[in-house]
Design a protein around this ligand. Structure first.
Ligand code: ZN
Ligand code: ZN
Length: 428
């Protein structure tokens, strides 16, 4: 039996060997694949072309590729003898944002939203980079079969931005039709220097819940409010009172956000409308606080309507939610150690929990497997330093001017995902 240090050295050597398959030629080929995805972004659950491109790229590899899982999801299974089953996940959807990056491969595409509106589309969150990196990683692992044993399941999920894609794939039999993983690994590109990894243990991404609310009043002449029941005042009271939930009902040791992002009522200044509408979003880090805040939001809305003397109960519809993403502490420690040994400790930074949401954790939760999710830097390190030195922030994901620096984001994303996967697979 080799001692622990020998085993580590052995694994490290094989990781380096595996990465020699990421050649300049493969990097350029994958970069072209990325540019094509970037030029042709697709909205959530509409990733038909993207899924076709992914399946096409994977066809050359020695793996089983299945499309149409949970709508447009793609699953690739790389079998390589006895060993652990490791799931690597990427998301594929884009956002209704008009691209303003000025890149030669910028998107000018439009799409139709579920509501029927035509909107510009852009990969403003970088999911095209996630998809390209997973295709690159699967290509490397497929060519480096002499380095590892086990099974790799590559999952390309639809609709992360509306947090329904993971659940849709599971409902479509993901874990009945394909090998059940013992760990789920996923990564997100961020505006940090390329090659760096930000990781966290425990709750890492917030739970997100949205409610669409209609308050019912009674319209009338603006000059005679005594004959009407004003839903605008009702809505204003709700907005103010909602801010008391986090301030007065949540312990200082817990965290939550309640935002009213949409408030609509009326058409004219001297007409009292019949109804007012609110769009509310909440973020929390535990199931208990999530339940508590949701219940408090409903209580405040109903109570304010009652206080105003509303004759009809408000309508409250919870439209979409993502659970908190919890990074399993043990699995995270193991992955981080593997990354530190290969990349060097200086490239890894612990991060506090983030207020953004993500449905990558839904996969592991469904089968009791740990999730490890990290952020990797996708910005050119020199440009990043120059921007920060000027006291400016680099553009953040979801902005029209956000885009990762194709290189080194692509090569470092492939390197990080490959090393993380090999940390879990059996070395040989
Ligand atoms: Zn996003
Ligand atoms: Zn994203």
């Amino acid at each position: 039996m080799p001692n622990r240090t020998d085993a580590q050295t052995c694994k490290e050597t094989y990781m380096r060997h595996a990465l020699t398959h990421w050649t300049a030629e493969l990097a350029e080929e994958t970069a072209e694949f990325y540019r094509d995805l970037h030029r042709h972004p697709e909205l959530s659950f509409q990733e038909h072309r993207t899924a076709r491109q992914v399946a096409q790229a994977l066809k050359r590899l020695d793996c089983e590729v299945t499309t149409g899982i949970g709508g447009t999801g793609v699953v690739a299974v790389l079998r390589n003898g006895d060993g652990p089953v490791v799931m690597l996940r990427a998301d594929m959807d884009a956002l209704p944002v008009e691209e303003a990056t000025g890149l030669s491969y910028a998107s000018t595409d439009k799409a139709t939203e579920p509501a029927g509106n035509e909107v510009p589309v852009m990969h403003a969150c970088g999911h095209d980079m996630h998809t390209a990196c997973l295709v690159g990683t699967l290509t490397v692992l497929s060519q480096a079969r002499e380095s590892w044993a086990g099974t790799v399941v590559g999952v390309f999920q639809p609709a992360e931005e509306v947090t329904g894609g993971a659940a849709a794939m599971i409902a479509d039999g993901l874990f009945e039709r394909f090998p059940v993983p013992e760990v789920v690994l996923a990564q997100h590109v961020s505006p940090a220097p390329a090659g760096t990894v930000g990781h966290g243990s425990g709750p890492f991404m917030a739970a997100s819940d949205s409610a669409q609310v209609t308050l019912f009043g009674r319209g009338g002449h603006g000059a005679s409010p005594q004959y009407a029941l004003d839903p605008v005042l009702m809505a204003a009271s709700v907005v103010v009172r909602l801010q008391g939930i986090v301030a007065r009902e949540i312990s200082m040791h817990e965290q939550a956000v309640v935002t009213v992002g949409r408030l609509q009522a009326g058409t004219k200044d001297n007409v009292i409308p019949d109804t007012a509408e609110l769009g509310i979003n909440i973020r929390t880090y535990s199931a208990q606080i999530r339940q508590k805040v949701r219940a408090a939001v409903e209580r405040v809305i109903r109570a304010e309507a009652a206080a105003a003397g509303a004759e009809r109960e408000p309508a409250i519809e919870w439209t979409h939610g993502a659970p908190v993403l919890v990074n399993d502490p043990e699995a995270t420690a193991r992955t981080v150690k593997g990354l530190e040994e290969h990349l060097g400790v200086e490239r890894l930074t612990p991060l506090p929990p983030m207020p953004a949401s993500e449905d990558a954790g839904v996969f592991g939760e469904a089968v009791g497997a740990p999730t490890v999710y990290w952020m990797w830097g996708g910005s050119d390190p020199e440009e990043f330093s120059a921007t920060m030195a000027e006291g400016r922030m680099p553009p953040l994901n979801h902005r029209p001017d956000y885009a990762p620096a194709l290189e080194p984001a692509l090569s470092t994303g492939v390197e990080i995902m490959t090393v993380a996967a090999l940390t879990w697979l059996t070395a040989r």
